[in-house]
Design a protein around this ligand. Structure first.
Ligand SMILES: [Zn+2]
Length: 315
């Protein structure tokens, strides 16, 4: 059932992305292997777009995963882990509730792994949710997929010789985002409060906001040293210069749209005015196009959006 759900969500992704990305290429990529990248020391990154980047801590204590992609990828994640170590996977941390970051939870939960996330991740997964971008509803997750340890503000793992600070970033991509800082390895997994592939998809219906996304990016910069490596929720590894560039893009985009809102313009008028025209060549060619990012900023700033009628429930 879970794999059917993930495939339907993936199909939905592809349908929505028609004309934006090549749906066939997406489908083919799902067939392939996970790309395993050593980030630094005992920290690895598993990549398989369109699902999120998985961080993997490997060592004497076993394995901890940050995010776990879609359900059909569970076995491939386990295979990729087995190529690094004989030790068992003990923890899965979810950076937020979205299916491309929690999709293997049910499989891992059934096997007795400990799933950890922010309070709001468990809350949202416990009830039906909906996506403004995909215009679809998600059902509540089965009990075994839910995080069994949750936290409200910060928490710390002592694992594989590292100290891992977990920090909640309020109302950024959603209302339940965490970033994880592996202090000794000097690596941060950001979840989707930081994505490295153009304009971000901010989930307004899950109480995300452009303001929170900017605040989270600034807090990320405060947490970073000169050599910190960032594993984004999606896209390639990033350094401090790249995080700064994305912060500046977010601030410029927000100001450009906010100025037109303050002039009393409607959303349609603001979209027609193309306020992101100068940013588009560099940032507007990916998953989220300028028109939709303008809408996200408008909805963030004004709180003016409605739950669409008749959204399909994606099984
Ligand atoms: Zn997400």
């Amino acid at each position: 059932m879970n794999s059917v759900r993930a495939i339907v969500i993936l199909a939905l992704f592809c349908m929505q992305l028609a004309g934006v990305m090549n749906a066939h290429a997406q489908g083919r990529k799902m067939e392939g292997d996970i790309e395993s990248v050593q980030v630094r020391d005992n920290i690895y990154m598993f990549v398989m777009e369109p699902a999120g980047n998985v961080a993997v801590s490997v060592g004497e204590d076993g394995v901890a995963l940050v995010d776990d992609q879609f359900a059909p990828m569970t076995e491939r994640i386990k295979t990729a882990v087995a190529e690094l170590t004989d030790k068992p996977i003990r923890y899965v941390f979810n950076t937020h509730w979205h299916g491309d970051h929690t999709g293997s939870n049910q499989n891992f939960g059934k096997q007795g792994l400990v799933i950890v996330a922010h309070d709001n991740v468990r809350q949202r997964m416990s009830a039906e949710q909906f996506h403004l971008f995909f215009k679809a509803r998600s059902p509540a997750s089965p009990p075994e997929a839910l995080p069994v340890i949750t936290f409200s503000d910060t928490m710390t793992f002592y694992f594989n010789g590292d100290v891992i600070d977990v920090v909640h970033m309020p109302n950024a991509h959603t209302d339940g985002d965490s970033v994880l800082h592996f202090r000794n390895a000097d690596v941060i997994h950001t979840g989707d409060v930081f994505i490295n592939r153009g304009y971000p998809l901010i989930d307004i219906a899950s109480d995300g906001s452009i303001q929170g996304q900017i605040t989270a990016t600034n807090r990320l910069l405060d947490m970073m040293g000169p050599d910190t490596i960032v594993i984004p929720g999606h896209g390639p590894l990033a350094d401090k210069a790249r995080v700064l560039a994305i912060r500046d893009m977010l601030v410029t985009a927000r100001m450009s749209v906010a100025e037109l809102i303050s002039q009393g313009k409607t959303l349609d008028e603001i979209i027609a005015a193309k306020p992101l025209a100068e940013l588009d060549p560099e940032w507007g060619q990916g998953f989220v196009r300028a028109k939709y990012f303008v809408q996200i900023i408008y909805q963030s700033e004004t709180g003016d959006w409605e739950k669409p009628e008749g959204m399909p429930l994606v099984p």
